[in-house]
Write a protein that binds this ligand. Structure first.
Ligand code: FMN
Length: 211
């Protein structure tokens, strides 16, 4: 699996080539419905403070865990929660946002969303964006779920499929989980995800400024 070594993640961000490696990068942060959503608000904040322009898209279930307003406040950008745009927009967000983005990040990535993306299901904003990201931008995924879900044959098959397609993974980490158990399934920490993002951006040709 194309994953990042979390043990060196902190050092990576300190040694990254540019002093401000996130500046002028367009990041599309997709948030799906798991308990780790609360950590994604911190991730969005860290990326914004690092100088990236962060656009957040959330599934309906993610909105049950954290309000879109939280992400809007920390990124100072509109948050997308609906595949069906306002008619005034004249814009298909699921296409234009992935075209603009240097990197699409899904954090947390639920078992459900990983299954949809692996099997080519595009029935909501995030899964449709994931499909339209092919050939448009790289994708980094931070899975988060209960250990039995993570170890399930269906989920592991889906991970293998996505890995073979070049999707990058960070985590999950081993540790205490919201369900009260301890084991693999904990979402990588925001600073580890930031380091992974910087490392991918380092190897990616930036898109022309579209502002
Ligand atoms: C309290 C609670 C916590 C959940 N945590 C997770 C989780 O950490 N990971 C996961 O894959 N699913 C989790 N689920 C299940 C997902 O929310 C569910 O599969 C949902 O359909 C995911 O929708 P989405 O992928 O469209 O966001 C949780 C559900 C509940 C009620």
């Amino acid at each position: 699996m194309s994953s990042f070594d979390n043990s060196t993640a902190g050092q990576e961000s300190q040694s990254a080539g540019s002093a401000q490696p996130l500046v002028r990068h367009e990041l599309l942060l997709c948030v799906t419905g798991g308990v780790a959503c609360y950590k994604s608000a911190d991730l969005a904040s860290k990326l914004t403070q690092g100088g990236a322009s962060v656009t957040v898209a959330m599934t309906e279930n993610a909105c049950r865990f954290v309000a879109p307003l939280t992400f809007q406040a920390v990124t100072r950008n509109r948050v997308f929660t609906d595949l069906w745009p306002d008619v005034q927009d004249h814009d298909s967000g699921h296409i234009s946002l992935t075209e603009r983005a240097d990197l699409m990040i899904i954090a947390p990535a639920t078992a459900n969303m990983l299954g949809k993306i692996a099997r080519g299901i595009a029935d909501d904003l995030v899964s449709t964006m994931a499909m339209s990201a092919a050939g448009a931008c790289e994708m980094l995924v931070a899975p988060a779920m209960n250990t039995r879900m993570w170890n399930s044959p269906a989920l592991q098959d889906n991970i293998k499929t996505l890995d073979a397609r070049g999707v990058r993974f960070i985590g999950p980490n081993d540790g205490p989980l919201a369900c009260g158990t301890t084991g693999p399934g904990r979402m990588a920490e925001p600073h580890e995800i930031v380091s992974a993002i910087i490392s991918i951006l380092d190897q990616t040709t930036p898109k022309p400024d579209q502002t």
